[in-house]
Design a binder for this molecule. Structure first.
Ligand code: NDP
Length: 289
């Protein structure tokens, strides 16, 4: 049965993200019960109409789906395990960042206790919740997803990937890996620019359009990787080796550590040494698995 805005929702965990999620549910008209390990973090939410619960058992008595947004996999077990008797027959949506295998472990644990389980990965910071640009990726119980889609869309754009509870987390962590290497590339460039007196803010203004333009190459790389044919390069590994060698020298000359550049330089050097210099740069993926 599809829900209405009258469907009660419980949120376990009132860190920055849990508070943002609970606030969006309240704003959307859902009776919202909240709990946090350390008391006192529910003050603003209670003032806005949420019901503050003193324990997990009390929080889940409100009925409806239970959204869990805690620190990590261990804190999810620390919170849910003691309340397992109250959770049997209920729906748990875990939006805590967990690895794919941790999400699968939680799904198996939930199934063993008669709990329906949906995992999710939040692709947003708290201030983005309820705003355009935020998305949450889901996998696990399709029943929970379909039944509560209206509530999920109050939080962020929602997308469901399949019944393997680890799928959403795989997307989440793959995207985060992409994000972190992009951020570290920016830090590396900003350190180089600092050596000639250019501020990081000024560099950021140039880096944004450059990174945005270069990101447009990703679909072409994707097609080459999926074809498995690296013989018609956009740019060869030998070309990129020369570039990385020069970037390495320029980095050292600027007094900057090569820590961020070294991993990709090492991967390219290895392939060129193995005789693959004429092949497409995207072949580097074959060195990763
Ligand atoms: P916070 O550090 O602000 O809050 C952590 C929450 O976990 C608090 O409610 C804390 O309770 C609780 N907690 C920690 N350890 C335990 C434990 N052993 N038992 C019970 N509760 C515990 O984190 P966020 O709210 O920012 O993040 C929550 C989740 O959302 C994380 O998994 C994070 O990766 C994910 N996320 C966060 C994003 C962000 O930008 N903030 C972005 C995308 C995902 P207490 O107050 O008692 O310490």
């Amino acid at each position: 049965m599809a829900e209405t805005t009258n469907t009660p929702v419980t949120v376990l965990g009132l860190g920055a993200m849990g508070q943002a999620l609970a606030a969006a549910l309240l704003k959307g008209g859902h009776p919202t019960t909240v709990w946090n390990r350390t008391p006192g973090k529910d003050a603003d939410l209670v003032a806005a109409g949420a019901i503050g619960a003193a324990s997990v058992a009390e929080a889940v008595q409100a009925g409806g789906p239970i959204i869990v947004v805690l620190f990590d996999h261990a804190s999810v077990h620390a919170t849910l395990d003691p309340a397992v008797g109250d959770l049997s027959g209920r729906q748990v949506i875990n939006l805590t960042s967990t690895t794919p295998n941790e999400a699968r472990e939680l799904a198996t644990w939930a199934a063993a206790h008669g709990i329906d389980y949906l995992d999710g990965g939040i692709m947003a910071v708290p201030s983005m919740i309820g705003q355009p640009g935020a998305s949450i990726l889901y996998s696990g119980s399709r029943i929970i997803y379909d039944q509560h889609l209206e509530a999920f869309e109050l939080l962020a754009a929602a997308e469901y990937f399949g019944d393997d509870a680890g799928l959403a987390s795989t997307y989440d962590f793959a995207l985060l890996a992409n994000m972190y290497t992009m951020f570290t590339g920016f830090l590396h460039g900003a350190a180089m620019m600092r050596s000639v007196g250019v501020t990081a803010s000024a560099f950021a203004e140039r880096a944004v359009p450059w990174v945005t333009a270069m990101a447009q190459m990703l679909p072409a790389y994707g097609q080459i990787i999926d074809s498995g044919d690296y013989t018609t390069p956009i740019q060869s590994l030998a070309f990129h080796k020369a570039a990385l060698d020069a970037i390495n020298r320029a980095t050292r000359d600027a007094g900057v550590t090569v820590d961020f550049v070294a991993p990709i330089k090492n991967l390219i050097d290895r392939q060129v040494a193995d005789g693959n210099g004429t092949l497409e740069f995207a072949r580097t993926i074959e060195e990763l698995t």
